[in-house]
Write a protein that binds this ligand. Structure first.
Ligand code: NAD
Length: 371
């Protein structure tokens, strides 16, 4: 299948840029899915893709996901993503990232990059040498640093919104909550939940993390194979994707699923099934947008308090999803997409009428925001 056919199949992207610099071994693809709401922001993934088609499909899929995530989060951002084809353990170099930075820069702020799987803050620093259109740079450079505490706080807000919908209360005191995964997001979330007075049960495949959290917070522990099936009020998946699948769906004994992990539903069908089972699903990309909100604050000039404050919006966004779900009688997973699409249609149209600076090129990151 040719590249244009693939693009049509994966979401009618505005622009796809193939970047090559043989002198430093760079092969990368930048995909700009939609800029109706603002510049396309999304991380750069470095991965040893088996084929170029696999890399293209991944960047098309991920960039579209960013459009929906930013739109549902209420941010003035579009969706984009980049992939660098190569082994992140052995093929990184200053030259590679600076060459890539030049390609990012050539888009004059239509695409803004950030860290992703296989890239680090250090790599962003190299890109920053060539382009201002990069977020997630170190704090010393005015960046926002680690997004995880902000993601976790947003997840807490998403959990509260779901509790309010299902149990008519925002309070998590005494609520039985299962957290799968104690990494960057899960460990911050456990702290917040314990502070809220929730009765938390944890699991991780890394036993040292389990022990650390058990010792610190006195929370209950179950095995990683058991966590999704325990009897509780809320399941909060914070490890890997596709936790709601054909094998697991019948075993859930909770009333709500609301967590930080990406792509929690194996397929859309599983969203419909959760609805039939009476389990309220708070859609992952609306719940875990706190990290993106944090990065967005870099565009305004970073301030941690403002970023933290912004993550409280996740509560309202999740509530909006539930409203649409009831209004249109559809599952919450579809309602989230509808929330994003409606905002792109309404606000995108306004921007067309008063485009501000959108037809011009930018020279600084801040300039992108002031439009
Ligand atoms: P992480 O790698 O720091 O942590 C993941 C944790 O899950 C690890 O402790 C790992 O041991 C554990 N784990 C893996 N498989 C498991 C299993 N089968 N059972 C139990 N535990 C298991 O990752 P993270 O940054 O905390 O991200 C967690 C999830 O949230 C991912 O899906 C990520 O894509 C998503 N997310 C993260 C952010 C962020 O700001 N870090 C933002 C948005 C979405």
């Amino acid at each position: 299948m040719g590249p244009f056919e693939l693009i049509s199949q994966h979401g009618d992207h505005e622009q796809v840029v193939f970047c090559q610099d043989k002198s430093v071994g760079l092969k990368a693809i930048i995909a700009i899915h939609n800029t109706a709401l603002g510049p396309a922001l999304g991380g750069t993934r470095m991965f040893n893709y088996k084929t170029e088609e696999e890399a293209l499909v991944d960047v098309l899929r991920l960039s579209k996901g960013m459009t929906y995530k930013a739109a549902a989060a209420g941010l003035n951002l579009g969706g984009g993503k980049a992939v660098i084809i190569g082994d992140s353990k052995t093929q990184k170099s200053e030259g590679l990232f600076r060459a890539f930075g030049q390609f990012v820069n050539s888009l004059n702020g239509r695409y803004i990059t950030a860290e992703d799987v296989g890239t680090s803050v250090g790599d962003m620093e190299q890109i920053y040498m060539e382009s201002p259109f990069v977020t997630g740079i170190p704090k010393d450079f005015g960046g926002s640093g680690d997004p995880s505490p902000y993601t976790a706080h947003g997840v807490l807000m998403g959990i509260k919104a779901a509790a309010s919908e299902k149990f008519n209360t925002d309070s998590l005191k005494g609520m039985r909550i299962a957290v799968q995964g104690l990494g960057n997001v899960g460990s911050n979330l456990v702290k917040y939940l314990v502070e809220e007075g929730a009765v938390v049960t944890i699991a991780d495949i890394d036993q040292s993390r389990v022990k650390m959290h058990h010792d610190k917070y006195g929370v209950a522990v179950v095995g990683p194979d058991q966590i999704l099936g325990i009897e509780c009020d809320i399941q909060s998946p914070c490890a890997m994707g596709a936790v709601v699948n054909d094998q697991t769906i019948a075993n859930f004994k909770c009333k709500i699923i609301a967590g930080g992990a990406n792509n929690q539903l194996a397929t859309a069908k599983h969203g419909d099934q959760l609805r039939e089972l009476g389990i309220l699903y708070a859609p992952d990309y609306v719940v875990n947008a706190g990290g993106l909100m944090n990065v967005f604050v870099e565009l305004e000039g970073y301030a941690p308090e403002r970023a933290f404050d912004k993550t409280k919006k996740v509560y309202d966004n999740v509530k909006k999803v539930f409203e649409i779900s009831k209004r249109d009688n559809i599952g919450t997973h579809l309602a989230a997409d509808r929330l994003a699409e409606e905002r792109i249609a309404t606000i995108g149209k306004l921007k067309q009428r008063h485009p501000g600076k959108s037809s011009r090129s930018y020279t600084t990151l801040k300039e992108v925001y002031i439009r």
